[in-house]
Design a protein around this ligand. Sequence first.
Ligand code: ADP
Length: 271
Amino acid sequence: GEALYCRLQWVPLEEGEALLLVEDRTEAIRLERMRRDFVANVSHELRTPLTIVRGYLEMALDAQMPLPPSVSSYLEQVHAQAVRMQRLVEDLLTLAQLEGTQPAPARWVEVAELLETVATQARSVAPDGLTVEVSLPPEPCAILGVRTELESALGNLALNAVRYTPAPGRVVIGARSVKNAEGELFVRDTGIGIAPEHLPRLTERFYRVDRARSRDRGGTGLGLAIVNHVAQRHGARLLIESTLGQGSEFRLRFPATRWRWSEANRSEDDG
Ligand code: ADP
């Protein structure tokens, strides 16, 4: 009872004839699914031991006993790495979920509230001198989508903006209308910027412009891959504009069918 996956392609020949190419993709799709499931399973299995390692380290660090300075500095470093591994595992799980599952049912998500939530999270990790502002359009608006996914995508963009903007600086998280009744979420920063040659590869898993810098700032290299998947699942496009040394703007552009210029919860059957 296994499904067969085929790719069909018409190739027009001369004199009204054509060729139908049938490519069996079953094996390729099976392998891709195995890879995805394997990553998801490994990540899932690593969760519990990591939580335990982190828990004991925190108990040791909090314990009211004098430790030799070198020992507590070792413990702190091990703890920082455990936290980093946890972040990686969570991002890998998120990515596997986005690649391997159908999205939850779409609902109208209030943009103002979404932006405030993400801005609050970003402020909690922003250093002194880095302001995080929200820029709302004059009218209320809503996006037809999955709230948790939208929050994760915008959250990753905001976190990156904070991560790659030295203080003093400014991050703006906003929404705006664009042509043809389309709508856009954006995150703009006054940060380090990105050289044009890197832009096409930015959404690849583990692609970083500067590996050491990303690691120091708590990056996993998976953030923009997650953003890109969420965009695809919402029929949205990820647009990036950046000037080296001046700053960047990341935009999620939604089609008119997914964007509405009024409040979200007027009626339930709209989705
Ligand atoms: P990371 O966890 O390393 O930030 P991402 O997938 O989120 O991974 O981003 C990939 C790379 O893109 C980053 O390592 C960084 O080099 C670059 N980048 C992302 N956002 C920004 C930004 N706002 N300003 C400058 N560079 C950025």
